[in-house]
Write a protein that binds this ligand. Structure first.
Ligand SMILES: Cc1cc2nc3c(=O)[nH]c(=O)nc-3n(C[C@H](O)[C@H](O)[C@H](O)COP(=O)(O)O)c2cc1C
Ligand code: SF4
Ligand code: SF4
Length: 281
């Protein structure tokens, strides 16, 4: 593996061409908001929605610095982000950084990204965590941080210049978060409980408040929803982003019975149009 000094020297000659590409995935806009702020800070940065490229058999990253930005799910990466990394090929030898947004605890999400990249013969050179508002609404509602959302936005924004500078300087650092084996096991157990036992994706359904507007079908990053003349149906390819629940204009999507009458959330600077853009064909 590269040592910090070697790595920074290797990039020393590349300073005029600072093109950055950030592959991002978002369910409620937190990750997109952070990725956009970072893109503005860095300049010459392309934001690439992961759902738009995920079906390509090989995704070629062609930039001096490549970022992978995602929300943390169960102290890990979302399945769709793992799939991206598996299909990603890097042109040349870019500086690779991770951006993980989470509600409180990132666990080993960025370390898992590093391991995945190492299995491909490359590595994660740095990884940054941004604590943002919680969007996990079921089966346990963790969105009790609502009174502190503004503080989280403010703190996240305050970190952008230093993270941008670290990327510009091609700094090598240990990813933020924790590499604890216990957290890895805990994350797997939490994920199993939420997805297999409680079976969260299978319990998604639309209530009588649904007006069949079709937004959920077009927003779902994995094309897992179809809106028919008389009903909304979910398939089995759910990455658990909760976008359908939070963006339904009628608040008509529930997981079993535990999410009813609970407020929905999305980042205030991210619009429905932004979400539809993430998935556009
Ligand atoms: C299925 C699921 C699992 C989550 N697991 C975690 C977690 O392990 N740790 C944490 O701090 N936040 C967790 N969250 C909260 C999100 O990581 C956080 O709200 C993130 O910023 C959402 O980003 P987005 O708006 O870009 O989708 C989880 C959210 C969901 C939907
Ligand atoms: S977004 Fe909501 S209202 Fe629109 S079709 Fe889906 S469930 Fe129904
Ligand atoms: S079905 Fe809903 S929660 Fe599952 S991936 Fe699609 S939008 Fe996200």
């Amino acid at each position: 593996m590269d040592t910090g000094t070697e790595y920074q020297e290797r990039f020393a000659g590349d300073r005029e061409t600072m093109k950055t590409a950030i592959y991002y995935f978002t369910g409620t806009g937190n990750t997109l908001a952070v990725a956009r702020d970072l893109a503005t800070e860095l300049g010459d940065t392309e934001l690439i929605p992961i759902p738009r490229v995920i079906h390509q058999p090989e995704i070629v990253a062609d930039a001096d610095a490549v970022g992978i930005a995602f929300p943390v799910y169960f102290w890990n990466m979302p399945a769709i982000v793992r799939q991206l990394v598996q299909n990603l090929r890097f042109n040349g030898n870019p500086y690779i950084f991770g951006i993980a947004t989470c509600g409180e605890r990132p666990g080993g999400a960025l370390f898992n990204l590093k391991t995945l990249l190492e299995e491909k013969g490359t590595t994660l050179t740095s990884g940054f965590v941004f604590v943002m508002p919680e969007n996990y609404i079921g089966p346990i509602d963790l969105m009790g941080d609502a009174p502190h959302r503004q503080e989280k936005y403010t703190f996240a924004k305050s970190r952008i210049p230093s993270v941008g500078e670290a990327i510009r300087q091609r700094k090598v650092s240990v990813p933020e978060g924790s590499d604890s084996v216990l957290l890895k096991i805990g994350g797997r157990i939490a994920c199993t409980l939420a997805t297999s036992l409680y079976n969260t994706p299978r319990r998604l359904h639309a209530t009588a408040a649904c007006n069949l507007c079709g937004i959920c079908e077009h927003i779902c990053p994995t094309k897992n929803i179809s809106v028919r003349a008389d009903a909304v149906r979910w398939g089995r390819n759910c990455t658990q982003c909760y976008a359908c629940i939070h963006w339904c204009p009628k608040g008509a999507i529930e997981i079993g019975g535990r999410t009813s009458r609970k407020p929905r959330y999305h980042h205030p600077d991210v619009t429905l149009a932004d979400m539809l853009h993430q998935r556009e064909e």
